[in-house]
Design a binder for this molecule. Structure first.
Ligand SMILES: NC(=O)C1=CN([C@@H]2O[C@H](COP(=O)(O)OP(=O)(O)OC[C@H]3O[C@@H](n4cnc5c(N)ncnc54)[C@H](O)[C@@H]3O)[C@@H](O)[C@H]2O)C=CC1
Ligand SMILES: NCC(=O)COP(=O)(O)O
Length: 334
């Protein structure tokens, strides 16, 4: 069975990366996949960038026979604007339809797992989209399609030498202290430990928790949260048998020697988690959602409107996302 990939924001780099990934599928060693898209977007981008890739509309059942000769596209009901770049009109209905349809296809057994291409949050919010991003929307879709399975989506960025998990994600900096809750830390740590074991094959995952405050609060003298919230959470997790250390000062958590001491770093907020992993390996890192009853990966980067439609975007992270989704789908033990 193939993987399903969403086109992402049609104005971003997603469509050209998908064309490049299919064109070099043999070199990249990619498994069969199909794209949920408006085929006009894919054909227009291929023509504009002189990427000589055929785009074949098909059903998910026809992907296997189609994949060898053309990029298989399963057509969305909503049309999307074919222009690229920051000034192109948004296509929120098609963008959201692709995500929802991908989950439905996985549930229906038409695809083994899903990969999402980048979306821009701002135009989705303007159109009334109620979720911070894919991660939370996928949690809601999972609850609908798998009502008997708990869905608590957790974002993990997985690079060759570092995995990080932001405990708070797309919230403003001023809201982080209120969201820094013992229960939330415990839930994220449990899911991360379980999925590293069941999906990534790490027998006893070693976790570390980064401090919220500078120097992890310096014993409560630079902010109280690491003593009143982080430390009790770590103590409870250790009592449950989870191998976790912390809270540790975040500034010394990501250098090469420190990274050898853990399998994933749980971080207090978005940039604490994403800066180190993207700095170390922007082109190889993959965003993978833990805690779902299905496999979902994504490149680590966004829509890159500044280079969309110019033919210079690198497909590496998308390729890594497709490869990881394939591997996780094969190893899926839950
Ligand atoms: N998974 C997703 O759907 C994600 C979506 N986003 C969205 O993307 C939009 C743009 O976000 P930014 O912060 O500007 O980050 P971005 O990752 O889109 O771009 C940051 C910089 O990296 C470059 N870049 C990104 N991907 C590249 C690639 N494959 N090859 C070469 N250069 C590349 C861009 O040209 C830009 O200079 C935002 O609206 C954000 O919400 C951001 C991250 C993930
Ligand atoms: N910065 C990471 C990001 O925006 C990815 O979010 P999601 O759409 O995968 O939830």
């Amino acid at each position: 069975m193939p993987l399903v990939v969403t086109m992402g924001d049609p104005a971003g780099i997603g469509p050209e990366l998908l064309l490049a990934a299919w064109r070099n599928r043999a070199e990249f060693g990619l498994p069969p996949f199909y794209v949920l898209a408006d085929p006009d977007v894919m054909r227009t981008r291929a023509r504009d960038l002189a990427i000589h890739v055929g785009v074949a509309t098909c059903t998910p059942e026809e992907v296997e026979q189609c994949f060898a000769s053309a990029l298989p596209v399963v057509t969305l009901e909503n049309r999307a604007d074919t222009r690229s770049g920051a000034d192109a009109p948004a296509s929120p209905d098609a963008v959201v339809e692709a995500i929802a349809t991908a989950v439905a296809h996985v549930k229906a057994g038409l695809a083994t797992g899903m990969v999402t291409s980048p979306i821009t949050k701002k135009s989705l919010y303007a159109a009334g989209f109620k979720y911070p991003g894919h991660t939370e929307y996928l949690g809601a879709l999972a609850a609908t399609h798998w009502p008997d399975e708990p869905a608590a989506p957790v974002m993990m960025l997985a690079g060759p030498d570092l995995r990080t998990v932001p405990i708070t994600v797309h919230i403003p900096i001023h809201a982080i202290p209120q969201a820094w809750l013992k229960e939330r830390i415990i839930e994220v740590a449990r899911i991360t430990a379980r999925d590293l074991e069941t999906r990534f094959g790490i027998a006893t995952p070693r976790l570390v928790l980064a401090g919220l405050n500078p120097h992890a609060g310096e014993g409560g003298t630079i902010g109280h949260e690491d003593e009143t919230v982080s430390r009790p959470a770590v103590e409870q997790l250790r009592a449950e048998g989870i191998d976790i250390a912390g809270p540790l000062p975040a500034d010394t958590l990501f250098h090469a020697r420190a990274r050898k001491g853990y399998d994933a770093a749980l971080c207090a907020y978005h940039d604490q988690a994403l800066i180190p992993v993207k700095t170390l390996a922007f082109d190889e890192t993959v965003n993978v959602t833990l805690g779902l009853p299905f496999v979902r990966t994504s490149p680590d980067h966004g829509t890159a409107f500044d280079i969309a439609g110019k033919g210079i975007a690198r497909p590496d992270s998308l390729v890594a996302a497709i490869r990881l989704a394939d591997q996780l789908s094969r190893d899926h033990t839950r």
